[in-house]
Design a protein around this ligand. Sequence first.
Ligand code: ADP
Ligand code: MG
Ligand code: MG
Length: 880
Amino acid sequence: MAKKYCYLFTEGNASMRELLGGKGANLAEMTNIGLPVPQGFTITTEACTQYYDDGRKINDEIMSEIMKNVEIMENINGKKFGDLNNPLLVSVRSGARASMPGMMDTILNLGLNDEVVSAMIAGNPDPKFERFVYDSYRRFIQMFSDVVMEVGKKYFEQLIDKMKEEKGVKFDVELTAADLKELAKQFKAEYKKQLGEDFPSDPKVQLYEAIRAVFRSWDNPRANVYRRDNDIPYSWGTAVNVMPMVFGNLNENSGTGVAFTRDPATGEKKLMGEFLTNAQGEDVVAGVRTPMPIAQMAEKFPEAYKQFVEVCDLLEKHYHDMQDMEFTVENGKLYMLQCRNGKRTAQAALKIACDLVDEGMKTPAEAVLMIDPRNLDTLLHPQFDAKALKKAVPIGKGLGASPGAACGQIVFNAADAEAWKAKGKKVVLVRLETSPEDITGMKAAQGILTVRGGMTSHAAVVARGMGTCCVSGCGDIVMDEENKRFTLAGKEYHEGDYISIDGSTGNIYDGIIDTVDATIGGDFGRIMGWADQFRKLQVRTNADTPRDAKKARELGAEGIGLCRTEHMFFDPERIAAFREMICADTKEERETALAKIMPYQQQDFEALFEAMEGNPVTIRFLDPPLHEFVPTEDEEIELLAKAQGKSVETIKGIIQGLHESNPMMGHRGCRLTVTYPEIAVMQTKAVIRAALAVTAKHPDWKLVPEIMIPLIGETKEFEFVKKIVVATADEEIKKANACLKYEVGTMIEIPRAALTADEIAKEAEFFCFGTNDLTQMTFGFSRDDAGKFLPSYYDTKIFENDPFAKLDQVGVGKLMEMAVKLGRSVRPEMQCGICGEHGGDPTSVEFCHKIGLTYVSCSPFRVPIARLAAAQAAIRSKGE
Ligand code: ADP
Ligand code: MG
Ligand code: MG
């Protein structure tokens, strides 16, 4: 049977979101449970992927099915496209599987043309009705031109602004029917001027173009950025919803709004939302007028409000989650236009999940699954120091639209935000209002401050989604975007001035306010507690300093998976000795230099063992090429020469000699030990002595240091190094007359090591995947240079993600899976971990769970993310 590309709302349901998109599936579900939804149909995501497969064309088969459904829709609603007595006007709305608010396009009031407009007006003598018709018409021309023909909103906005100025009014609603009629005329002329053709009057042509535009919008730049940030595959496509219009801009007895069943910023259980009378959908979100709180709707439309409150309750109980709803009131009657599980801040997500468990709507496992691990990041960021905050006097207040603390230098547009961020500056983006084009700039900013717009404005919704602090709707700001300045509380602020904003209270402060580190408590602690019960993976941390190790412990790390010993050498006191070692001519000279470093290393290791309180600690031996340690400045070279008793020329010669064409594939890792075994001897002594010392202090800790050899590619290489380590370690232990267990294992970061893992496992006691190098070596591109060309790979869709940020499960993952299997075929109980950047990436963590790793190791602030991701992986795989 041929594929079905269109579903009436009565034919779908909530479980069909892959096919119908989230919006379409939920419109169908609301229809099924008897809510007032204007009846239309959904064109499937498969039609969208077919459109792309067909070279961006809607093929005849799909088009004829669409037209058949238009006819059914006309019959259901008793209205017809282009009909002069009873015209059908529709909205054409995008809706992907995962919600992507504001990323794609929607067109309202489609079906209007000059004849329909005249006929509508002729049929209703009320002058207010005439105004409404022209308001709808000019909106349609504007949206169609912008979205479908990509003319650019600004031309039309300029025309509106000009008209308002001429008429001496401030708001769109103050424009009269005649003004709007004139605007519609101007808009059409503008359309013709920009495109060289007349505005299409045939509703079916309008519809065809609109559907194509929505399909096309799947591939617009902001949608592509959003998808990459949110792990949404390009291959999914978007569905298109076509449904009859209901008119919130009909008269004063009409309006439109957006609401949440719980506070999306804090999670508090109370109806939250915003409402505008005599307005059409996008007005609330676009921040054109500042809307009124939903409670006031009760006074305006008591009947519709009462019904709406019931709908909210029903929907929450139906979906077992906080709902985000869009609705319209036409002539006092309520219509539901959208519902979805609402986006929320991390803080709200935790509270709602816990509350839903307490209310009996979710199990702890379901609650754990509700939290997006990536969002936890924001909770781990610093908050304003309460004491500093108490002393500070706000210079203004807006709405606390997305919590968090942000301080930085003021910038006035998205491009500047990006440019300043690239220069390493922290910025706060201050705008009249934001629009979808601003997304990359919003991402670059510490926080966002807007003059207009409510809690559901674009800025607020997107900021919450990104976990970025946002204060919206501070109407006291007198903005002059063009000249990059604004006035607030009597002071003029310019680009580069410092301000601080508090996304919880909405307060705005002059200058910088001190911040403090976040902690895990309350709802956060509760969720993490549940997560720990479910997960199978251990979570360790990558830490080189006691401070990082302590932080990681606080955040729940169960050990150190990677201590990079070389980071300890950069300390000014030590680097001299290390350079001495590098410049030494003989083994004896090298050993003398190393002897100077050893006490420092031992101290460092002791501190790490102490911080980890007996939990496992993996110490990786020296990894980078030696040239990374030598001085580059003449002054420093001279100093080094003096200290070494060598000539500057000699030192320069040595430095030159360290130069390599491909340092990443050069003399580094275990290769250094093969050349200079004394380095491994020193490091082994430091580890063992530290372990003995700490064990003496804490006999109950059962410390088993794990010594990890980097960059192994051949089992004989490993045997060579291991022999040195074991001989040194055993001698140390014997000398101390003590008993200490230790392990010697290897990183798996060279493809050859993965391929020969069974050989290597005969000698190596554990594996740890260094997926940064393994990715680099598997793809054969340098991680230091990939940043230059990867953007072209995203643009051409060869890659959807940075393989250094998100594990390539197909290739690199295959090597990992193979290495685990081969390794454990020789050493069944073998511990296998991962310590690359990927250890803190949720989808990569899920993969690690699947291939049976023992632990993931990540930077301290990612530990909670990894704990949660590991729990979700375990819960999901159990469910499968
Ligand atoms: P987004 O996904 O960006 O929220 P939507 O498709 O939900 O875009 O459309 C934006 C707004 O347009 C909606 O919130 C709603 O207010 C309005 N809208 C959409 N369809 C209709 C309709 N059939 N009748 C009235 N208003 C509509
Ligand atoms: Mg919407
Ligand atoms: Mg490495």
